[in-house]
Structures are given as C-alpha cells and as structure tokens.
Design a binder for this molecule. Structure first.
Ligand code: GSH
Length: 195
C-alpha cells in the first residue's frame, strides 16, 4: 500500500493517523506540493483533481481522505470503526460530509490562510470555523465519541482540523468537550502526533 502524502496536510494526516490506529503500514510517497508536483501529468493520471492524499492499494488509486477512511475501515479495520448498521452508517456519513464541507471551508481554510499565506477570506473562514467548533463541542456533551460508544472514522475525519484550529487563529479555550475528546483520541493505541 502506498500513500501519496504531504506532511503538513491535515487531510493526509487524517489517513496516516487512521493507518496508525488500525496498525496498517503504507509506504509514504511525499509530493512537493509547494512546487506543484500534484499537478504534473504522472500524478494527474492517478488523481485528475491533483490533490493529496491518494492511496494506492493492490494497484488501485483512491483519492479523498474521507473515501480512503471508508475503504481502509471496510477492508482492514475492526467493525467499530465503521459499523454496519444503517443508523451508524448514516450518522458517520454526516460527519464525513461535515469534514469535506463545513470543516474544509472553515477551520481548514483559516489555517491555509494563516499558516501557508494563501489568499482566503480569513474572517469568513474563521466565522465558519467557530460555528463548527461550537457544534462539535455541544454534540460531545455527555458523549465520548461522535457516533455510538466506540471510536469510528467519524472521529478520525473530524479530529485533525479541529485540533489544528489554533493554526487558523481560532481559540480552542472555550470548548472543554473538545479538549476531553482530543485527550481520548490521543490515548488510543497507535495514535500519531499532529503535524
Ligand atoms: N476532499 C479532499 C481534499 C484534498 C485537498 O484539499 N488536498 C490538498 C492538501 S490538504 C491539496 O492536495 N492541495 C493541493 C492543490 O489543490 O493543488 C480530501 O479530503 O482529501
């Protein structure tokens, strides 16, 4: 298994984290994102969107961190990471969707602006970011995990950019439930430090 990777990318970290949590190994192929390696023809042949992460397993390329989590969970992980019952699957799909939209356009975009100096509407991204921090903090009151009684790929999909929110200029101090959840995730066997 090979992972086309960029160390500082939260989406790539998401996949590396999950590989660690389920005790799977992938060879890391680092792409020089700042110099546009993701837009070269040889990489576009694998992922026409020109983005990392990209996993190649059994010769099959698979793009998108959320899609990769689903694949790895179904193929290699204990069932609790992506339970088979309809309600859990629906709830997890909702969190994966939140990661791809509201989290990407909020906390992640604010980080892209502040940490990487890219042109973004920082105020808008931070306002969206705060909405998500509040939503997840409220959801976690009285719960250990986002879905059900055990960690799932929902936690893995949502955790990275929330835990990195300070790099987008967002203060995490007002969200005690998030801190307890971060600590639970960090205590899982195979946990990998944030980039
Ligand atoms: N929906 C995708 C987004 C992937 C994405 O935005 N990747 C960024 C790095 S975090 C990237 O490759 N950016 C380079 C580019 O778009 O040129 C996912 O979740 O994997």
């Amino acid at each position: 298994m090979q992972l086309h990777d960029f160390y500082l990318s939260g989406n790539c970290y998401k996949v590396r984290l999950f590989l660690g949590l389920i005790g799977q190994h992938a060879e890391l192929l680092t792409l020089d994102l700042p110099n546009g390696a993701q837009k070269r023809p040889e990489f576009l042949a694998l992922n026409p969107l020109g983005q990392v992460p990209l996993l190649v397993d059994d010769g099959q390329p698979l793009a998108d961190s959320q899609a990769i989590l689903v694949y790895l969970a179904r193929r290699y992980a204990d069932e609790h990471w992506f339970p088979l019952d309809a309600l859990s699957q629906g709830q997890i799909a909702g969190w994966l969707s939140l990661a791809a939209n509201e989290i990407h356009n909020g906390v992640a975009k604010a980080r892209i602006g502040l940490k990487f100096g890219r042109p973004v509407d920082l105020e808008d991204a931070q306002a969206r970011g705060r909405q998500v921090l509040e939503l997840v903090n409220a959801h976690l009151a009285g719960r250990d995990w986002l879905v059900g009684e055990r960690p799932s790929i929902a936690d893995v999909a949502v955790y990275p950019y929330l835990a990195l929110a300070n790099e987008g200029g967002l203060d995490l101090a007002p969200y005690p439930e998030l801190h307890s959840w971060f600590a639970r995730i960090r205590a899982l066997p195979g946990y990998l430090d944030l980039p």
